[in-house]
Write a protein that binds this ligand. Sequence first.
Ligand code: AMP
Length: 597
Amino acid sequence: MEPKVSIQEGWKVLEDLTINADQFQQKVLEEILKQNAGTEYLKRFLDGQADKELFKKKVPITTYDGIKPYIERIVVNGEPADILLAEPVTAITLSSGTSRGQAKMMPLTNKQLDQLTYCRSLAMSAANKFVDGLLEEGKQMQLLFVRPDIYVPSGLPARPILTSYHKSKNFEKYESSLYTSPMSTILCLDSKQSLYCQFLCGLLQRDEVVNIGAVFASVLFRAIRFLEDYWRELCSNIRTGRLSDWITDTGCKNALSLMLTGPNPEQADLIEAACNSKSWEGIIKKLWPKAKYIDVIATGSMAQYLPILEFYCGGIPVVSMPYASSESFLGINLKPFSKPCDVSYTLVPDVAYFEFLPVKDYNEEETKEVHSDVKSDNDLTEKQTKKEEIEPVELVNVVLGQCYELVITTCTGLYRYKVGDVLMVTGFHNNAPQFQFVRRQDVVLSVDVEKTSEDELLEAMTKAKLLLEPFGLVLTDYSSYADVSTVPGHYVLFWELNMDASSDLPEFNPKIIEQCCSTVEESFNYLYKNCRKGNTVGPLEIRMVEQGTFDALMDFYISKGSSVSQYKTPRCIKLEEAFKVLDSRVVKRYFSQKVPA
Ligand code: AMP
């Protein structure tokens, strides 16, 4: 069966999937069990029986650490992958690893790549439904990248999921013709040459471009910063019809020799006029006038890039279509043009079996009570474990307004596996629930018994950022660090600021930033404030870093194996070397001047 669904058929498929969501879910689970009940992992619980009820009763809910020993046997010892999954493993997927500090490794199969093609074509159909067949007419300027393969001891290549996908036959056959970037520019291993050439191709075809995108909002933001540095050279290439000498990658050179066929001073003048203006507000609209939307994930931790992207967009809407992870494709936004803060995803019911563990929202009173009588770290872990004993519910049994931690079972050897995301039910499309991304479950910061999650940090940052706006200051990126070298330990935030998206280092009154420190503390949870009052956590510190620091941090992670496409700024720094990248660029330090109420 062809994994690709045509753009015209896609919406009908989505209707069928959402009307019969439960039937699709039961069928997926049946198939996974039929295929995998005999694996060593599942045999321990099911005794070889492909029985759905037994599965729900006996197979424990787990995290990555639960399957890691099996993965290591496959990856390191070279044992056959059928200890975990029946389908042949073609590669090892490396998760971006920026949230845990260390990449996770997971088996990749051909079926998973087919599922990706299938889900991506459904997502395109959903977008297309709202832009009147536009995708069929024009080209998409998607900035896509790959990482070099590394080989694990068993001999399998290991790489990020999107690298596997972009290198796959599926991508070449079903998708590559939709994009302005020729395959060889996407597959170029030097990300700078790759991005330069992808921009050149996107500018040469600027009148055909119907959308502009990258996987995450952060990637597009960084790409625009790159364009700020390179537009003159790109214009000169277009004007003269000659590619810059530093583009030495053979694939890129060959691809560009077919596109950059002669001097084009008219086009170069138009691009130059747009880029030469003092402010880059609306630059995307000026450069790609027919673009109907910006296709990037801008929810969850990516929401912070929205204001700056909107500044560049000139009114073109930012659309977050997919919700996906290295483990599996997960969901699609069926209302692409809803406001970014209202974006919800419908999980695709025939790609994985989904279960949901009810969790309390951080802001709920009861959670505070749980925290208030916590005495020690162990105590907290115990409370968390108790929470985890709550029974999961199936996809069609989730309740509107409730938050859940997502648990998936896939054909790639993940059984009742916690993805680490918390989602909230915001509505239904036919019989399928729609979810808003709430937060990652991971605790990012910890000093003493205090633990702060990524979304708490994001929420605090969103409030603090408002204080900067009246002064034309824009927080372009941030990260955090638990400094336990001081007594008591305290949280450090690394901030990079811009003045109205210009690249000059802004001047500001220190009082504003001290106030930001306090606002962040005020926004943190009850336990944090309690620890501050008891002086077991010290005043929060903001370390302002010089311009380009977070680009340097990305370069550092890329050099360590992260993928450009899937890179997300780590919201908490745990690696010593990464800490040094930030700390060596600190220009000023500010501390909270008051204990939070
Ligand atoms: P990775 O497997 O490292 O590429 O990261 C996958 C994670 O990225 C997911 O588990 C989510 O936490 C996050 N993510 C992916 N898609 C979205 C989205 N549309 N909105 C918010 N967060 C997302």
